[in-house]
Design a protein around this ligand. Sequence first.
Ligand code: ADP
Ligand code: MG
Length: 675
Amino acid sequence: MELTDSVTVLKGVGDKTAVALNKLGINSINDLLTYYPRRYDDFSIKKPDESMDGAKITVKGQIVSEPSLSFFGRKRSRLRFLIKIDDETYPVSFFNQPWLKKQLEIGDEKIVFGTFDASKQQINGIKIISKQSGSDYDSIYPTTKEVKQATIKKLIKEAYEQCGDKLVDFIPQTIRDHYRLESFRQTVANIHFPTSPHDAELAYRTAKFDEFFLFSMRIQMMKLQKRNSNAASIVTYQPKVIDEFKSTLAFELTTAQNKVVDEILADLESDRRMNRLLQGDVGSGKTVVAALAMAAVVSAGKQAAIMAPTEILAEQHANNLASMFAKLGFNIALLTGATSAAARKQLLPRIANGEVDIIVGTHALFQDAVEYKDLALAIIDEQHRFGVHQRQALKEKGEATNVLAMTATPIPRTLAITMYGDMDVSIIDQMPNGRKPVKTTWVPSTKTNSALGFMKKQLDAGKQAYVVAPLIEESDAVDMRNATEIFEKFKKLFSPQYQVGLLHGQMTNDEKDQAMQDFKQGKFAVLVATTVIEVGVDVKNANVMIIFDADHFGLSQLHQLRGRVGRSSEQAYCVLIADPKNEIGKERMRAISSSTDGFFLSQKDLELRGQGDITGLKQSGMPDFKVGDPVADINILNVAVAEAKNITSKNNWQKSPENVQLFKYLKSNQTINTD
Ligand code: ADP
Ligand code: MG
């Protein structure tokens, strides 16, 4: 058996199982061996009084009350009994597992695995363990309906037994020795079959390093390749036009904006193709920076395009730019999926012959039919909302198009520089003068009514409000309120006096745009929404946001959401309704209530949760790592990057015997696109 063999070489894997495994991304034996557990369940017996709140624990004790079963509706049930552990008695509840009742009787000794709720001193049962099996430490894999936990376990075990010795090390031995990393084979074994938490921890340390290192090597190789193919569209702009544009603005640029503009202008006039990421907190004023870059391009007789993730945002940009550029007499056109066929037919030739200077739109901008005369600058707003291919496609519309990608995702600078490998990073780290920070208050759910009363007062004053609910589907596991439910409730509470709108992820793009548009035009006073509230959209009249179950969001995400209000000089408010269960949760709510600094908050989240705001990161368009978390594991990442740079800085590194395996591996795996 070889690592590259299909999983069908394993006993019991027929076509059907193979298809099911493919859905999990497992095609080869190698894929199977690097399909890592989602978590480990620790079945060693614990005492509740030594356990943390929310911890998964295994306890052993005697059932001392008659198990009682109650049903709610058709499908939901709760089984309750008391368990005596040493001299303490704890209530245990099992939800939606009515069949367990038959297995439990008063007086029985049982082993229960579940989540410990410290404040209520009770256990929420997950399963009853019949007897202690071999290891106390059990790997739990992500599964699907078709692939059961037991199946995947069995297959991994067999693959390892037959093929484990074929796992070779790509990472040069000197690096392994220096950082005391395990061999790849050892790593794989300890991740799947650890005998202690410590085993698994060490193995993950190696696996993370490996992953980051290989990623960094690819970025370095890309950089080396690009160095030779970097011809840029040189923008010889007229400084006079830039100054004139600045003088027409209703405000002075902040120092941070000016600095960033200078960086961009320097890039544009150089003969190196610009590839720059512009980071700036929500409301820091990225649009005007983009406008200045476009003005430079047009003053040099070339074209610029700006792409936004939604039609409504594209329209907003087109309107803004039209008024900003009114005095300069630039030609601006809007091109989106909603542009009529007739309008399109008229527009395309004008883009192709250079009559249009600035093209604003959605991804419709890079469709084949759209030809540009001389596209010197492509700007991608809210770049994390686009896939790699979409970003790439726009860039390729011009032979040597300069690229400016903009994002509000607050990533610490070192991280951004590392992650966006071959991009330069500019940061706007200052808010415009006179902006009033959003006043944020955290209240427990018992105060919901007074929060609504506050909101009502704002509505009475002619303002609008956002109401954020976390999830659209009802989830049994987490008790989160449902957007639709809240919508119905609010309709009852506020109409007919005030209209209420709904926006959620299951709606089509058109429906979402429509809801946003209606809210913007004041058709609704209240918009109930999930986290899909459009990024970047300015509804200046909305000055209140209420967020339900706020403790279920990451701090960065809360900060982004809150950025939808407070977009004018008027005072805006954000009310967080949350009942955090522990001190960390409370600390998080206090942090977001007292700070409006996105960077500070993302760091704080990292500190408090031991990991970054994963949602925020995932949205930022970063590559998906399998085991490493680029925020939580930033130290490992930095070391891996440094080592990769060190290797590639040497001449002929590919030919050194140390690096033979590594180079071979990289050459055979050039699928990643990190751009
Ligand atoms: P974002 O960075 O989130 O895209 P925008 O570009 O939409 O932010 O800017 C938010 C608001 O701030 C806009 O109404 C814009 O006109 C205004 N603005 C931008 N720069 C300044 C400034 N230097 N002084 C005052 N207002 C500004
Ligand atoms: Mg914006």
